[in-house]
Design a protein around this ligand. Structure first.
Ligand code: SAM
Length: 276
């Protein structure tokens, strides 16, 4: 096998999603470098493969890269895999690839599963451009700022989220992008309790409350991109909600209608439907 670094995508849940080429490469390389040798060791043994392994974690990626470069220089073929999915996609791997390239050595892509593309492909919201935002910041202020910066982007937005933050992230998406935009929530893709649903941002809280398991597992969120009409509506909703914080609903709707030129009844409906 030609010496170099082989960046190998692995399944995101279902072992059957390993590709034929990934299997061949993992069988043939001299060594497998992994984000977590225990996780990858389990996957390899599930596939009936036994290989010398090397741990390369996020905080030692530079150092680990030097070791791998040495091995490649000595003629080895080394595979790199992250815990699940495609390396370097919200996962370590990018610094290693950069270092190997800078050393003038070969890097080969062995593509396969990634939660982002898997979710996008079944969302029904992938017309044209899409923007991969990865994980949002854990603190609300920073998270809201990032969402605000994406508000007018005419591309579907793809986020990763952890179970303990899913509720607050969905609430912030609604607060910053308005209630009307559609969102596709993909939970536990390719796994036993896989679940997915397309809804408006206003419906996410009810969806989460629909079943205690819905706040568990791994999530990808795909949010419809901005259109001029939607941006205008979201703007009107921000004004409406600011006024509704100080005034009765009907008065807030009347003033917001005057400011934005929208129908009072539409704006009023946005406020009262929440309490239905
Ligand atoms: N490199 C991976 C990829 O290519 O998708 C992503 C790794 S990132 C550390 C892990 C996050 O990806 C999870 O928190 C979740 O947001 C998303 N994810 C991974 N597997 C998933 C799955 N089976 N279903 C839904 N989301 C998943």
């Amino acid at each position: 096998m030609t010496r170099g670094l082989y960046v190998v995508a692995t399944p995101i849940g279902n072992l059957g999603d390993i590709t034929l080429r990934a299997l061949e490469v993992l069988r043939q390389v001299d060594r497998v470098a992994a984000e977590d040798t225990r996780v990858t060791g389990r996957m390899l043994s599930g596939l009936g493969i036994s290989k010398p392994m090397l741990s390369i974690r996020e905080h030692n990626e530079r150092k680990g890269a030097d070791k791998i470069i040495e091995r490649i220089r000595s003629g080895e073929a080394v595979a790199y895999v992250s815990d699940a999915g495609t390396p370097a996609i919200s996962d370590p791997g990018s610094r290693l690839v950069e270092a190997v390239r800078m050393a003038g050595l070969g890097v080969v892509s062995i593509p396969g599963a990634s939660a982002a593309t898997a979710a996008l492909s079944v969302s029904g919201l992938s017309q044209g451009a899409w923007y991969f935002a990865g994980f949002l910041p854990p603190r609300q202020k920073a998270r809201r700022e990032v969402i605000a910066s994406l508000k007018n982007l005419g591309a579907s937005l793809v986020f990763y989220e952890a179970p303990h933050r899913i509720r607050e992230t969905l609430a912030d998406l609604q607060c910053m992008l308005g209630s009307e935009r559609r969102i596709f929530i993909a939970r536990e893709l390719t796994k036993q309790f896989e679940e997915a649903a397309l809804m408006r941002l206003s419906e996410t809280e009810a969806w989460l409350n629909g079943n205690p398991y819905r706040e568990k597992g791994e999530f990808v969120l795909v949010v419809e991109g901005a259109t001029e009409e939607r941006s205008g509506l979201a703007e009107a909703e921000t004004i409406l909600r600011t006024l509704a914080g100080e005034l009765p609903a009907s008065q807030a709707a009347r003033l917001a209608a005057k400011i934005t030129g929208r129908k009072k009844s539409d704006l009023y409906a946005l406020l009262v439907n929440e309490h239905d």
